[in-house]
Design a protein around this ligand. Structure first.
Ligand SMILES: C[S@@+](CC[C@H](N)C(=O)[O-])C[C@H]1O[C@@H](n2cnc3c(N)ncnc32)[C@H](O)[C@@H]1O
Length: 297
């Protein structure tokens, strides 16, 4: 199944304030937002797109041949080295994973489909979820499940993971799903492995770290009056976005050397936009989306 874009009308309604402008889609995915941007901008407009997932980039190269479009394989936290001189009229971020990630068992994101337990968006870097689970301490696993998944049974699950790997190392998604099912019984609609898989994915891809770095570099990549549209899918991401754009200070990460003498200010254009009940009915994945819109002063 292809990725169904979330908040498409709402996001592009704010983003495309100058149809001859130059835009940046930092989370190309399967290009549903990008394709619609290209449909709407004028022959003078331009669109650059980025994704850390090489399969997403290949999809863009193979399917979008529009001369106004370019795509790059990169992490969005490297926006400064990717576009050192460029100033954009608008930047779009549709955070998280694509449904194509979840649908492909070989990527290891789904607790329902058996495949290698990988979960990396960029498979050329870092370590897989299986490698991490086979080597991390019980405490580290428990902390990650709690912090990034809000998993109340984090300690019990971490213990069960360590017990399993003492017999044999984790290789597949279903092995992890079954271990979690020994600790947590299914009660409501949500599968007991949902929170743990989300937490491990966020950790393996260092999602919050890259989000903070990218936000701190965004100012340089925008024209004055340039628009940033950010769609988040869980409260950890949304809190980082909301706090970063507080007008008094850009909340820069402590560990990153950035020239804080530059007064970085934005205006909040829209505080919190949620998908309509109709959109949620058509695309249940959209139910947790929150969109925020800012402009550079
Ligand atoms: C929700 S999908 C975007 C869907 C897209 N808007 C569409 O219409 O098809 C998020 C995408 O962002 C990518 N992504 C996530 N974190 C990233 C990062 N730090 N740098 C670059 N791409 C990232 C993922 O690989 C995924 O393809």
């Amino acid at each position: 199944m292809l990725h169904v874009p979330v908040l498409l009308e709402e996001s592009l309604g704010f983003l495309l304030h100058d149809l001859s402008g130059t835009y940046l889609d930092l989370t190309f995915g399967r290009g549903s937002h990008s394709q619609e941007i290209l449909n709407r901008i004028s022959p003078h407009g331009r669109l650059h797109a980025v994704d850390r997932d090489i399969e997403a980039v290949s999809f863009g190269e193979d399917n979008i041949t529009d001369p106004r479009f370019s795509i790059y394989h990169s992490n969005y936290s490297e926006i400064d080295s990717l576009f050192p001189q460029q100033k954009f009229d608008g930047v779009l971020l549709d955070l998280g994973t694509c449904s194509t990630h979840l649908d492909d068992p070989d990527r290891g994101f789904s607790f329902q489909r058996d495949g290698l337990l990988d979960m990396r968006m960029d498979t050329s870097k870092g370590f897989s979820a299986a490698e991490w689970l086979n080597t991390a301490s019980e405490k580290e696993i428990s902390d990650i499940l709690y912090q990034y998944g809000d998993e109340r049974a984090s300690r019990k699950i971490a213990r069960a993971i360590v017990d399993f790997r003492a017999m044999r190392p984790f290789k597949t998604t279903i092995e992890l799903t079954k271990v979690i099912e020994t600790v947590l019984k299914r009660t409501g609609k949500t599968h007991p492995a949902t929170k743990s898989f989300q937490a491990i994915r966020i950790h393996i891809n260092q999602e919050l770290h890259h989000l903070r770095i990218m936000l701190s570099k965004l100012h340089n990549a925008l024209k004055v009056g340039g628009i940033v549209v950010i769609i988040s899918f869980h409260s950890l991401e949304d809190r980082i976005v909301k706090n970063f754009f507080k007008p008094e200070i850009a909340q820069l990460p402590k560990d990153i050397p950035i020239n804080t003498s530059v007064k970085e200010t934005y205006k909040s254009i829209k505080k919190k936009i949620k998908p309509s009940s109709n959109e949620i009915k058509m695309n249940p994945r959209s139910r947790s989306a929150v969109m925020r819109v800012f402009s550079k002063l």
